[in-house]
Design a protein around this ligand. Structure first.
Ligand SMILES: [Fe+2]
Ligand SMILES: [Fe+2]
Length: 287
C-alpha cells in the first residue's frame, strides 16, 4: 500500500560526548544490549531494548559540543514513505540502505526537528561484529550482542518519544495530516503537550517549548521494575531527578544522562484510559 505506514519507533538517537563517558549508563544501568552498528560512521553506537527498538547514542564530532537528537519511525516501506513525503512537498535530505539492508530516509519537521523513516533491521545477512563499546567492523561471525545480565534496571520498550515544537497548529497539521499519526487524549494536566498513538502502542508527544530547548527532547522507556529504577537512579545522583504520576496511572521518572540529555523511565502497569477526550489539536479534557 502506498503512503506512510508507520509501525512504531525504530530507534531514538541521543547526542553524547564520548562512549566511555555515557554508554555505561545505557548499557550497564539501563541494561540495553550493544549490537553491531549498520552504518559506516564510527560515532554511532547501536543499542537495543527487549522489544527490538533501539537507542543510538551518537558521539560528538566536536569536543565540548553535543550533536543533534533525532527520532526514527519504523515504516512498512521506506520508498513508499519517501514518495509520499515528496508528494507533500517535504524535502528528503538523505536516504539509502545500511549494511543489514535497512532502508532509511531523513526529513526535518516544521520546527527543524530531525526525523528518520526506517525499515526493519536485519533484512539481509551482514556478518558485522562489535565490541562491548559498540565499535563495529565487518567480520564473518554471528552478530554480536553485549548485554549486562546484572544491570539493575531492565528497559523493555519505548513508551513514547517527545520533541519540542513552537507552533502547535503547524506541528499538529504536519504530524497528523502529512505523517498520518493519530491524536489520542493526553494523560497529563499540562495543556501544552499533544499526544499521538502509534500502531504498536507507543506514542509521540509534541511539547510546546522555547525554540532551541534541547532538554525537551527525550525518550520515555518502559522498565520492568519502576521502584527499583527510582532507587537506582537516586543512588547514581543523576541530575534533575523528578518522579511523577500521570492521569492514566502510569508513573514516570525523569533524569539527565551524563551529558545532560533528558531520559524518562515509565512504569510497566497497564495505562488507564476512557475518562478523557481530545479535540483535533490534541487539547484534552475530562469527561
Ligand atoms: Fe538514526
Ligand atoms: Fe515524556
Amino acid at each position: 500500500m502506498a503512503g506512510i505506514t508507520i509501525t512504531g519507533f525504530n530507534h531514538i538517537a541521543y547526542p553524547i560526548s564520548t562512549r566511555h563517558h555515557t554508554l555505561p549508563l545505557y548499557r550497564d544501568i539501563l541494561g540495553l544490549a550493544v549490537i553491531p552498528s549498520m552504518v559506516d560512521g564510527p560515532a554511532v553506537i547501536w543499542t537495543q531494548m527487549e522489544s527490538g527498538t533501539m537507542v543510538h547514542p551518537i558521539e560528538s564530532a566536536e569536543p565540548g559540543k553535543l550533536g543533534t537528537f533525532h527520532l526514527a519511525f519504523g515504516v512498512e516501506s521506506v520508498p513508499d514513505a519517501i514518495a509520499s513525503l515528496e508528494a507533500s512537498g517535504i524535502e528528503v535530505s538523505s536516504s539509502g540502505e545500511r549494511h543489514d539492508g535497512q532502508e532509511f530516509g531523513f526529513i526535518n519537521d516544521p520546527d527543524g526537528n530531525r526525523l528518520e523513516f526506517a525499515s526493519v533491521n536485519d533484512r539481509k545477512v551482514h556478518g558485522r561484529i562489535c565490541d562491548e563499546w559498540g565499535v563495529t567492523r565487518n567480520g564473518d561471525g554471528p552478530p554480536s550482542r553485549h548485554q549486562k545480565s546484572d544491570a539493575p534496571i531492565r528497559v523493555l520498550s519505548v513508551e513514547h518519544a517527545a520533541v519540542p515544537i513552537t507552533n502547535r497548529k503547524r506541528a499538529v497539521t504536519f504530524y497528523r495530516d502529512v505523517i498520518g499519526l493519530q491524536i489520542i487524549p493526553s494523560m497529563v494536566e499540562a495543556d501544552t503537550i499533544t499526544w499521538f498513538g502509534l500502531p504498536d502502542g507507543s506514542m509521540l508527544h509534541l511539547v510546546e517549548a522555547e525554540q532551541g530547548n534541547a532538554h525537551t527532547y527525550h525518550g520515555g522507556f518502559v522498565v520492568e521494575d519502576f521502584d527499583r529504577a527510582v532507587d537506582t537512579i537516586q543512588q547514581l545522583d543523576a541530575e534533575n531527578i523528578r518522579v511523577g504520576d500521570r492521569l492514566d496511572d502510569r508513573r514516570a521518572l525523569h533524569f539527565d544522562d551524563p551529558d545532560g540529555n533528558h531520559v524518562e523511565l515509565v512504569s510497566n502497569n497497564p495505562a488507564r484510559s476512557g475518562h478523557r477526550i481530545a479535540d483535533e489539536w490534541g487539547y484534552t479534557k475530562n469527561v
